[in-house]
Design a protein around this ligand. Sequence first.
Ligand code: TYD
Length: 212
Amino acid sequence: MDTGSDMKLDRGYLIALEGIDGTGKTTQGNLLADYLEQRGLPVVRLREPTQGMWGQKIRRILTEGRGGTTPEEELQWFLNDRKEDVEQNIRPALNTNKLVVIDRYYFSTAAYQGALGFDPVKICADNEAFAPRPDRVLIFSGSLETSFERIAKGRDGFSSFEKKDYLQKVQAIFDSFEGPHIRRIDSDGSVEAVHGQVVTVVDALLGIGEPR
Ligand code: TYD
């Protein structure tokens, strides 16, 4: 459906979708991007880990296990991957007034590598030294059981990060984030219900949408 002429933004916007595995971020990110494109907005869709060199190294430990990779190396790989993404994709899009919708960003590093023992507050600060802070961080959270059921149904198997006790720690760190850019999305509902929550947050950010 075409809803009209292209809309120009007065600046770039960055919206990050965060939360543990199986909370539906990718489905919701795609629905959000479609919704915004239908309104004529220039959307750039990204995800981390990326398909770049560091992202590929990361995906290897996700499928094959951490093996001999140390937590320090793992943390560094995620940072290297993000630095590339910021330079090559995120900053250029923001500088040309695009609306970036990204699945996972540095809050995932704070939560997942924080759950390995690193200080999540320091991880955020280290990232904010080079990575732009999002306008909104939508943190998807629901019951761990629902997330696990979704992972089991949706894919071939669990990655090496998808262990219940580990994800519980990751979830606790996601729960601890606060600030004016943070919004929580209840991910346990239907796809439509969750999309409704996402649209409400993004419409309010951009000052668009029908009066409700
Ligand atoms: P995920 O979004 O699940 O990718 P895909 O759906 O393509 O498999 O991300 C892969 C995993 O990487 C996920 O378990 C979270 C983890 N991760 C980190 O541990 N730290 C990070 O900084 C990021 C971006 C992801």
